[in-house]
Structure formats: C-alpha cells, structure tokens
Write a new protein. Sequence first.
Lengths: 529, 195
Amino acid sequence: MDDDDYYYSQSSDDEDAGDDDDDDCYDDLFDDPLCDEDSSTNSYEYTVIEEKSLLTLQMEALQKVIEFLSLSESSARILLIHNRWDVTKILELFDRKGKEQLFLEAGLVLDDNNYNNNNDSSFSALSQITCNVCFDDFSKDEFSVMSCGHYYCNNCWTEHFIVKINNGASRRISCITPKCNAICDEAIVRKLVAKKSPDVVCRFDRFLLESYVEDNNKVKWCPSTPHCGNAICVEDDPCCEVECSCGLTFCFNCLLEAHSPCSCKMWELWSQKCKDESENINWIMVNTKPCPKCRKNVVKNGGCNHVRCICGQCFCWLCGNATGTAHTYDTIDSHSCGRYDDAKSKHIERAKRDLYRYTHYHNRYESHAKSLKEEINLYETIEGLINDSKSEDTHFKSFRWALDGLNQLKRAREVLSYSYPFAFYMFGRELFIDDMRPEESAMKKNLFEDQQQQLECQVENLSMHLGKSFDLLSDKELFETSQHVTNLSSIVNRLCKEMYKCIENDLLLPFRKNHPIATYMSNALRKKR
Amino acid sequence: MLDVSRVQKELAECNKDKAISGVSINLHGGDDLSHLEGTISGPVGTPYEGGTFRIDVRLPSGYPFEPPKMQFVTKVWHPNISSQNGAICLDILKDQWSPALTLKTALLSLQALLSAPEPDDPQDAVVAQQYLQNHPTFVATAQYWTEAFAKRTSVGIEEKVQKLVEMGFPEALVKSTLDSVNGDENMALEKLCSS
C-alpha cells in the first residue's frame, strides 16, 4: 500500500494531539499540513440571513446610498431596487454616467426638476381641481403630487396603490400618468393606503423588505421545504455550496442539493436520467422482443431461436416474425432470416454498451450514498460516547477524534458518490465528445480513476475503523484506533482536495466556463461559518 | 366597486364627438354599466376602411384601476387580433394600462392598431405570417373580411328582419336574435327555431 507513507509521517503530528488542546490541532490538520498552498479552499464567503437580520442588512445598504448621494430613504430604495441592491454598481454608475442618467433609469426624479415649477403655476394657483381619473372636482388639499409633478386625488392614488400592491408590484409602483416612469414615493404610498386598509400596508412593507432577496443577485432564499425563512448571501463566486442555519446544504447556483464535483449541468442531466424511465426502456429494447401477435415484450429464457409467447404465438427470435410451430434447434420449418442487418446490430450493441455503462456508474453512485446513510447512524453512538466521557479523560477516550473522523467520512462519501455522475459525463458521449480526442479522454479517465480509487480505498479503511465496537476494545486498541482514524481522516481530506484540484486543473480546464464546480470544503470548514 | 360616476361621464364625453373621432361607446343592453359595446370605424387608407367594428367591453370591478376587457365582436383579419375569437393583443389593455386612460383612448388605440399592425408581436400567428410573407394576399383577405362582416348596412338588417317576421317570428325577438349573432341570417334562424 503506497499510502503507508502518509500514515507514518502523520503520526508524529498526532502525538501532540495527546494533550487536551485537540480542537486547534484538528483545524490545523484540516487546513495546513497537507493542503499545501491551495488558497482556493477558503476563497468563498457566505452569510446566512435570518429573518430578523434582513432589515438590518437592508438598512446598511440604504444608509450607504443615503449618505453618499444625500437622498431620502425612499429614493435610495428605488435606486437600489433598480440596481439590484448593488451599492458598488450605483457608485460606479454615478461616476460614469452622472446623477441625472442614474436617476432617470431608475425612475427617480431630480429634486430640482419640474415638480416645483409645476407646483407653482398650474397646480397651486387653482382652488378647485378636477382629478383626471375620477373626473370629480376637489379642493387642493385632497390631492397629492408625486415627485414627477403629476397630481391626482388621494382616493384615486389610494386605489391605484392598492391594486398595484395586490398584483405584487409593490417594488415598482409607477405614477398613474401614462408613459410616466417615475416611481411613487413610498412614504406617500404608506400614508394614503394606511387610511384605507392597514393590512395592505403590511404587505407593502413586507414586499419592500423581501426585495433585498428577490431583487438581489447575491442573495437567494434557502430552498428548504417547509421554508425556514432564511436567505443566503454569497459575496464572490455564485458557484458554491452553502449550508443554511436550518441544516440544509445546497448548491447556491442551481439551488439543488450540493453535488460537487459534478457541475450543475451534469447534475441536472444526471438527476433527469435517473428519474425518467429511459434506461429501463433501453433494457427492454435490448433484451426483449415484442410478440408479433399480442405485442407483449418477450424475454428469451434459453432454448433455440424458436420462441413461444404466453399468448401461444410462435415467432423467430432473430427476426421477430411469426412462424409455425414445427422446428429443430437450428431451423424453423419453412422460415429463413439469415441475412445480417449490420446497422441494426450496431444500434443494439451501442444501446447495450450505453446501458451497461450507465449501470456501472449508477451502482457506484448509489452504493456510496447508501453507505453514507448507514454511517450517519454512527453519529448517535459516537455522540453517546462523547457525552459519557469525563472531562479529565485523555484524548483518545474523549472520542472527539471519532466525531471528527465521522465528519470527514461523511464528506468523503458525498464526494465519492457525486464523483461517479461526474465521471459518467466527463468521459461519456453526452457532453464533451466533440471537444476531446479519444486518446485525451482515455488519458484523463485513467488519471481520474486512479485518484478515485485511492480515495475509495482510504474511505473504506476509515469506515472500517469507525465501525468498530469501541466499547469492546482494550485501552491500547482504542488508542491505536484513534490514531488510525485521525491519520486516515487527514489522508482522506487531502485526497478529496486533490481530486477537486485534478478536476479543476487537468480535466475540466477548457470547459470551466460552462461547468464551474464548487470548491471543495471539508466538513470542518463548512461548519466554521 | 366600479366607479359608476366615472363610467357615466366617460360615456357622455365619448359620444359627444363620435362623428369626428370615429369611436363611440354605448351600454350593451340593459342598464349594466359594466358591460358596454364600443364601435370604431375602420381607418381611411387601410383594408378596414368603410367598415364599422363592434367591440365587446367589460369593466372589471377595479376599473379604472384595472384595465377594461375588450374583444372584437366583428370578425376582423389583423395580425394582432384573433381571427377566431376577436381577442386583442395590445399593451395598454394589459400591463401598460393606466387609470388616467379612458375607454375612448383605448378605443382610439384600437383604431390606431388597425392602421399600424405589429406583426412581430402577433395574436394570430397565421395572419401575422401572411402579413409578413404575402402582403397582397393579406390586404385582399382583410378587405374581404371587412366587406363581409363589417359593412352590414341597416337596410340589409331591415330586409332580414322582414324575412324572418314573415316566417312567423315576433319582430322584437327577431331583432334581438339577429343582434346577438351579429346579423347572420342563417344563425339567427337556427337560434329562433331552437328556442
């Protein structure tokens, strides 16, 4: 076993772990000794936004814009919603295009525009005004003027707002006037609607609050069902795997379960493939023939090529045509179909091969997923042991190592499991057939499978040690097991990292744009956040 | 709640200058203010010239804050109007509606739509395709449809009423039945016989 080197080189590290400070030591193990200068491991940051922090975050963004452009909260919000809550982009546009253009695009009216003029002349000079919506006359104080200078009676504004809010258009309620793109001031909306139906104001506020998630490229709702109410904010690369505080781990990019090292595209194809019956249909096509009389699919269970369907019809297995009953082992009475159809047999061969290939990958994908399910049961046992241990127990009796080992095992099982659909598409005919020469593909396949195999071997090893009945072991055996587990964990962690690196740098390099893959994170790193 | 006073004002306002504008609007029958019928005259210089097009108008309870629902009753051959059921594809009747628009402006927009079809945003794909690929045929078909469906003179109607009354149906019933099937003599007869 060529892995023995790692085993021994690590054990010196582990002796230090004998003293109580094992937490730090573990983090070191995960982060440092084996992962060399792989900075990408820690490259992405995300935060879980819980319901109560949504408002705070939103206010922070608003405050920045309010201060920088000295605007009202309402105007700042209009700008932010239009620019998808990207403060940096707003500041950049302000520099590049100027205030006027920035405001115009967002539907915001500059304060010094026609509003005041309008106010002075046509509007304020009159005492009785006709509203252009209901055609009724009112005194001036029954009217509201929007920032664009357009005025309508308060009743009509209110109705307009309520209809828009109920239609889910709260975040961009525009002025009543046709072709006027100005967005209505939220303070006026709130004031007028509150008089008529306070519950609609609640919905309005709710919509505005949720805009921080809905209209924001960096933030998405957690896809948990029932919904936990949380959202996740990712700073840089949207292709990453995140864990919500509700416990759900998911791919931020496609919102499906975390699936690295598969790309989102691969995962989508794979789930679809597993879901639909196409492979079964393939099997039926390859292994059965329809009876020429009743059209039931018949499978040949031995004997000669003269087949009798349960409906009583006899037919030739080779050509599928109905025949009489008289036959020998090599001939059917008055029937001959010996002409070879090349195209047809090629098609069948290919379907057979494809099916076999899919089954191969699917079996391994599933068996790792199944093992993972079994191993998760170990959590209970190990947590029990940890609870029973006393604080003065030595390291190996505290069983913290077992928990860490199990965390690593879980992570590695996931990686292994998803590495099979990855390989299925990486080296298959579906995605990259035209982009890679066959030799290149074969070479890459060898490289990848070597790594996969190494990882698989160590994972099984780790699983074996963690599956022991710890209570039956002597102190010496337990100590040795703890060392094995610790060493194997770090080896497995390193192998996972290497596999991701290999995928990123050697296998997917030319296709990375269409197939970005979330960076590998050990469980310890995931939990840290 | 439907803003009754606004609708009444709109009706009066619109019909004041219907000779000039070419659009009018009336109650569909009875006193239901939420069910109206508009007419527009086909714009001059188009295949619709000389025709009078009837439009079924239904006002939702949220009117004028929600758009009115309009549909051609008269069959018309136009890329943005369904040749099957008269459904109209026009932005101001959907998301671009504004409470400051009126039934009259909406009907005027329909009139404008007759003059300037937008085949890139079609309601009726068959018509739109013909409009783009075989324009002369489109014009001929539209003219024929105008002739056949939008130019029923009142004299014609009188003759039909006369004919049906002679068959032994009461005059009032004949008139309302003819009206309900858009003046189609055969359909009216069928309806009268089955009722």
